[in-house]
Design a protein around this ligand. Structure first.
Ligand SMILES: Cc1cc2nc3c(=O)[nH]c(=O)nc-3n(C[C@H](O)[C@H](O)[C@H](O)COP(=O)(O)OP(=O)(O)OC[C@H]3O[C@@H](n4cnc5c(N)ncnc54)[C@H](O)[C@@H]3O)c2cc1C
Length: 298
């Protein structure tokens, strides 16, 4: 245990456990005063701003498997919790098979930040504005979690329960995020609207993943996930369902984008008014659906 003091941070003890079991035990025994961390790009900012002042910071990098990024052609992709976004972007497997993940990571801040920031940190922070949440949900991501009772898996679709809130319990450590093989011929797009092009959270983020399906009237199946417009990342189910039964035309894509906008529950905040967010969801969803449809037809 090392005591860390820094002029802009509250003092804390740095804990570097040797095993996941040790880390889970420590976190559960100090549930109100200890937090796990990875890149620290969310956690240290919240400590600097006085939002959090944990007594213990538990470094969960370098624990069993957390540094691995591996692709298995039978089962899919596993991204260890400590893998930085720049490593994800640089991975040939991600570029070739899961390009939507690379695109989402590339939209996060700048290069320097992405050498520290992780996808798992972005997911555990559970901001509805998090840029990688949409891609991870659209690709049917699931979490590997180590708790006091040992390892388990949890679907990402059940993970987010409110702004900054997840289903994680004291002692739980997310060790990796996994993805099944993506649907054959799928194509995706992430459109982010921020106040500037660097280092800002989204005003609105729209993720669309489309997959060809000749059995459907539309000829394709779409996933639509919206950021910054609800307490948790919002899957636009009404729009997705509407598109299943329609031939794809500019009119049906326009209608689906409006259904997506109607499903949102945005708030006014320092980045935007709620009204502007709703309008931008309609506009960006239509743009993203059109771009994905063109990619599928290529
Ligand atoms: C300048 C700046 C710009 C930013 N720009 C963006 C942006 O454009 N888009 C965006 O989405 N985000 C942005 N962020 C936020 C942040 O960089 C991301 O959310 C990042 O992905 C967090 O990853 P991390 O590894 O640093 O997480 P950490 O800060 O280490 O952890 C984040 C949270 O998750 C918890 N946690 C960490 N690891 C685990 C674990 N293994 N199991 C359970 N809980 C865990 C921590 O206790 C903490 O609450 C920005 C931050 C800064 C400082």
């Amino acid at each position: 245990m090392v005591t860390i003091t820094h002029p802009s941070l509250p003092a804390f003890e740095y804990i570097q456990p040797k095993t996941l079991a040790e880390a889970s035990r420590f976190l559960s025994e100090h549930a109100d005063e200890a937090r796990p961390f990875l890149g620290g790009t969310d956690l240290f900012v919240r400590m600097r701003d006085g939002v959090l002042s944990p007594r213990f910071l538990v470094d969960v990098k370098n624990l069993d498997g957390t540094n691995e990024l591996r692709f298995d052609p039978q089962t899919g992709l596993t991204i260890g919790a400590a893998v930085s976004m720049n490593r994800v972007i640089a991975s040939p497997d991600v570029q070739g098979i899961y390009p939507l993940l690379a695109e989402a990571c590339r939209s996060v801040a700048g290069y320097q930040l992405r050498t520290r920031a992780t996808i798992v940190g972005n997911l555990c922070n559970a901001s509805p504005a998090g840029d990688t949440l949409g891609a991870c949900l659209a690709l049917d991501g699931f979490l590997h979690i180590h708790g006091t009772a040992g390892p388990r898996r949890e679907m990402l679709s059940d993970f987010f329960v409110g702004p900054g809130k997840t289903t994680l319990k004291p002692g739980d450590i997310v060790t990796a995020v996994g993805f099944p093989l993506p649907p054959r011929g799928c194509a995706g797009v992430y459109l982010k609207l921020g106040r500037n092009r660097l280092s800002d959270l989204s005003i609105v983020g729209v993720t669309v993943l489309g997959s060809p399906d000749p059995g459907l009237p539309s000829g394709a199946h779409f996933r639509i996930v919206l950021a910054s417009v609800a307490p948790v990342p919002l899957v636009a189910v009404e729009a997705e369902t509407y598109l299943l039964g329609q031939p794809i035309t500019p009119e049906t894509l326009h209608r689906a984008a409006h259904l997506a906008s109607e499903a949102t529950k945005p708030i006014d905040d320092i980045r935007s008014s709620a009204r502007y967010r709703k309008l931008m969801v309609a506009s960006l969803t239509e743009k993203a659906l059109t771009a994905v449809w063109k990619k599928i037809l290529q």
